[in-house]
Every structure is written in C-alpha cells, then in structure tokens.
Write a protein that binds this ligand. Structure first.
Ligand code: ZN
Ligand code: ZN
Length: 311
C-alpha cells in the first residue's frame, strides 16, 4: 500500500466527537472480472451503532465476516445501480443472514427497478427456501421480509441527528439512473461515487468531503489484452472514470483524501494508479484493498495489522 500525504490536517471541522464510529470498510474493490484478491463491489459503513452496506457484489458475505460482522447486523442496504457486479450476492446476503439468526426485516434502498429485482430474486428461490425453512426450523424467518424503498432523486434517505444519507445522481449511462451516496456524521462527510464517468454533479456533492471513495478504470493506449476488442474496451471505459481523470475529480471537489475502488482491471498496477491520480491531486491517494478500513473520526486507514495516519 502506498500513501501520499498532504499537509492539510485531516480533522479540522470542529464539532463534537461522535460517540462511536464513523468508518468505511472496503469489502470488495473489484469489478465484474473475477479476482481472488479483489471481490465484487461492496462497502460497509459504520456510523455510531449502525451498520450500512453499499452494494452487494460477489463475496460480500465472506468479506463481512472478515470485517467482524455479518448479514444479521446490517441495518440497511443502499444499491447504487442495477448492474450485476453490484447486486449478484443479494440473495446470498439474505439467506446467510437467516443462518446468522437475523430476527428483523432487511431494508433495501435502490433506484427504480430494485423492487422488481428483489421480488424476482426471492421468487426464484421460493421453493428451495420453503424446503429449508421447513427442515431447518430456525427461530425466525424475518430475514426473508424485505422492505424496499425506491428512490429517483437526491432527497435524503436517512436524515437523523447523528446520520444523514443522501443519494447523488451520477452519470453511468446507458444505466439510468445511477447513484453515488453521501454519508454525513459527526460533522464529517464521506462520499462514494458508485459507477460513473467524470461527473460534475458528484464533484459538487463531494465538495470538502473528508474522504471520496471513487471508482477507477485504467485504459491505456496500445494493444488490448485478453478477449476484449479495442472497441469493446473503449465502450466500457466511456461510462467509467479513467485513472487519468480521477485526480481531477478529487482536486475539483477539494476532498481531504481520495481512495480508489472498483478497480478495472483488478490487477491494475498500483503505482500506475497513484501516479495517474497524483498528476491533478496533491492530497493523499490510497489504492483501496479488500478489508481496508478508513476511520473518519481518527483520520486513519487500516490494512491488516497496519494503521497509517492520513494527515
Ligand atoms: Zn460496476
Ligand atoms: Zn456499473
């Protein structure tokens, strides 16, 4: 892991220190491409006593255990957009949370279409699930109750004294709508880009954030590796943010720290990513890794047994 530090102090916004945590753990920093190192897109946000998930990419339930929690403890799931890499383990989250003795309904916030997606997903496994319920005889089936909230604008989804969660419309066309999220707690702001090309609306929403967690796509001129054609690679690149653009996003939003996630390809050279972002942004740039945890209260990042200060 490489960190580049800016001179500006991380903690400078004043306000009372929150009783508890405000952190994000990157559960999966990959993309649709299968990788043993970078699982599918998913993030865990802890705010006070609550735990939120953003997206449920491949391997999310395993990574939740790696982050010392599980699907039974998740208070709400926020879905950025309906692309398989962000949703493929939804049912895995639900069925596993039942095994983990969840005794309350799941709450899912997502863009239009998410209600039908959840319904279809539950329908597909209905017969199999009924057999399990009948034979396993667990104490509660509440984990199979799903409260779905569809949203299509930027009205806050949670707006309470200690936590505010606001969707931000981003540009991931042809997938419409697609959203990022702003989490605010303890006078601090955490912004997740979701999947997007360079997007002015996201930059406006991220202004002054302590941490911007942004997707990134490496597209370099020259021969295209693997099974992809150059035209296909350009097509996919067109609705993501290039590594050569993501530093400009962080600079224009004037964020305290930039963390890269949704790394395409998952085996992208880390130093190359940092070098690209550093051309336009002088703050700390962190290449995200699965189970890396950013603590917004202390201004530190932890990977394994190692903790770095971000100031
Ligand atoms: Zn994606
Ligand atoms: Zn996408």
């Amino acid at each position: 892991m490489r960190l580049y530090l800016c001179r500006a102090p991380w903690v400078g916004h004043g306000g009372a220190v929150m009783n508890g945590e405000f952190s994000i753990t990157l559960l999966g920093t990959g993309c649709p491409v299968a990788s043993t190192e970078r699982f599918g897109p998913a993030s865990l946000i802890r705010a006070g006593a609550r735990q939120f998930l953003v997206d449920v990419g491949s391997g999310v339930t395993q990574r939740l255990i790696g982050a010392d929690t599980n699907g039974a403890g998740i208070d709400a799931l926020f879905v950025t957009h309906i692309h398989s890499d962000h949703l493929v383990d939804l049912y895995q989250l639900i069925i596993t949370s039942w095994h983990q003795s969840r005794d309350r309904a799941h709450v899912v916030y997502g863009p239009p279409g998410i209600a039908k997606f959840v319904e279809d997903c539950m329908d597909m496994w209905r017969a199999e699930r009924e057999l399990r319920i009948a034979f396993e005889r667990r104490s509660s089936v509440r984990a199979f109750d799903i409260e779905v909230v569809e949203f299509s604008d930027e009205t806050p989804l949670i707006d309470e004294a200690d936590i505010k969660v606001t969707p931000v419309l981003v540009d991931h066309r042809p997938v419409e709508p697609a959203f990022g999220f702003v989490f605010e707690a303890d006078g601090r702001k955490l912004v997740l880009s979701g999947d997007t090309r360079y997007c002015g609306n996201l930059i406006d929403a991220a202004k002054g954030a302590e941490l911007l967690v942004h997707e990134v796509f490496v597209h370099r001129p020259g021969p295209v590796a693997g099974t992809r054609t150059e035209e296909g690679a350009k097509g996919v690149a067109s609705y993501h943010t290039l590594s050569s653009e993501v530093g400009r996003v962080a600079h224009e939003a004037d964020v305290r720290c930039l963390a890269l996630t949704h790394i395409v390809p998952p085996d992208a050279d880390r130093q190359g990513l940092i070098d690209d972002a550093r051309r336009d942004y002088l703050g700390p740039v962190v290449v995200g890794e699965d189970l890396m945890r950013f603590d917004l209260v202390t201004g530190t990042v932890t990977q394994g047994n190692t903790t770095f200060a971000l100031a």
